[in-house]
Design a protein around this ligand. Structure first.
Ligand code: PLP
Length: 358
């Protein structure tokens, strides 16, 4: 293997994390969310590793088609639904479940002959104000689906939580209560919780949970890491040292010269930068592992490289392994140091990084 920057995916960690979901929500079915190339982990190998899930959720038709092309026969939900007769035809051909969150999508189904009904998930907007029927439209949408021969009965009823990653925000409990009120007495399974919802809000677990982030071993909460939740990080972003150099006290390092050596320093230059998905905003001082030992980022992240202060690791030499995130370097911490969330980091590993699924 010649690739220097690698995203190494540990499928045993994926399976372990699915077990954690099962243990946390033992009464729920698990719809594993593997949109966006399984949050950067590779959609097909991730789905194969998570074959023990009860179904998969993807955002786009092409993502679902990739799963069928790989021979996966699970239920696959298109989270954004379909918008044209041709997409509806493809959804039938591939036996996808479809989300209906918009009157246009209802009309599309109503225009169909009853041939083979679709498994429909009806989305209710309880305050996220992104997708879903507003509270005043929900009953009518349910009635239309119940009367629609192209929709299999009963439909599954869905809502999405806007702020479950803040365990103290009362809005989540209000969203769950509003949802239950709106669908009270309506037959069909319920689905509310993403990762944060299913960990933090037992009342949100319901029939189907929809974990994404926690399957990858990452905490959805603003503080802490997946490890404290019993999860194992599935992705390691690894690279190698490509140069080692000595600088004098006072010398400046990298673009803009924003980092200045406070003592005679040894720097390891490692391949990997924002062109690989390691964010440019990552602050100097952020931890990485060099040959398994802690060191810190020095200066700005470049497109293809970073500088690491290895003054206290005198044996470091060219070719040694550098871990940018993974076990021992929580991606949650890197995200905080870069002013973003771990979702963006793992999804944002770029095309030129070699994906090595083990
Ligand atoms: C992405 C997504 C999820 C998964 O969210 P996580 O926070 O990654 O667990 C669940 N439900 C819907 C509707 C989504 O779009």
């Amino acid at each position: 293997m010649t690739a220097i920057v690698r995203a190494i995916v540990d499928t045993a960690a994926l399976r372990h994390n699915l077990e954690r979901v099962r243990a946390t929500a033992p009464g729920s079915k698990v719809l594993a969310v593997i949109k966006a190339n399984a949050y950067g982990h590779g959609i097909v190998p991730t789905a194969v590793a998570l074959a023990g899930a009860d179904g998969f959720a993807v955002a786009r038709l092409e993502e679902g088609i990739a799963l069928r092309a790989a021979g996966l026969r699970h239920r696959v939900l298109l989270l954004e639904g379909v918008f044209a007769p041709e997409q509806l035809r493809l959804a039938a051909h591939h036996d996808f479940d479809i989300m209906v969150h918009e009157p246009e999508q209802l009309a599309l189904l109503e225009a169909l002959p009853a041939a083979r009904p679709y498994r429909v998930w009806l989305k209710v907007d309880t305050g996220m104000n992104r997708l879903g029927f507003k509270p005043g439209q929900v009953r009518q949408a349910i009635e239309r689906l119940q009367a629609c021969p192209a929709a299999a009965k009963p439909v599954t009823l869905v809502t999405h939580l806007a702020n479950a990653d803040d365990r103290d925000d009362a809005a989540t409990t209000e969203q769950v209560a509003l949802f239950e009120r709106l669908v009270e007495g309506v037959p069909g399974e319920r689905s509310i919780a993403n990762s944060a919802g299913l960990i933090g809000f037992p009342a949100a677990r319901g029939g189907w949970v929809r974990p994404g982030l926690m399957l990858y071993g990452v905490s959805p909460f603003a503080d802490g890491t997946g490890e404290s939740l019993g999860l194992r990080p599935a992705m390691t972003l690894a690279t190698r040292v490509i140069a080692v150099k000595q600088v004098e006290a006072g010398e400046r390092v990298g673009y803009g010269g924003v980092w200045r050596a406070s003592r005679p320093s040894r720097l390891a230059i490692a391949a990997g930068g924002y062109g690989d998905g390691y964010p440019r905003n990552t602050a100097a001082g952020t931890q990485v592992l060099v040959a398994g030992r802690r060191a810190t980022l020095a200066g700005r992240v470049s497109m293809d490289m970073i500088a690491v202060d290895v003054t206290d690791l005198p044996s470091v030499s060219v070719g040694e392994e550098v871990v940018l995130w993974g076990p021992g370097v929580p991606v949650e911490d890197v995200a905080r140091a870069a002013g973003t969330i771990p979702y963006e980091l793992i999804c944002g590993v770029s095309q030129r990084v070699h994906l090595d699924v083990r």
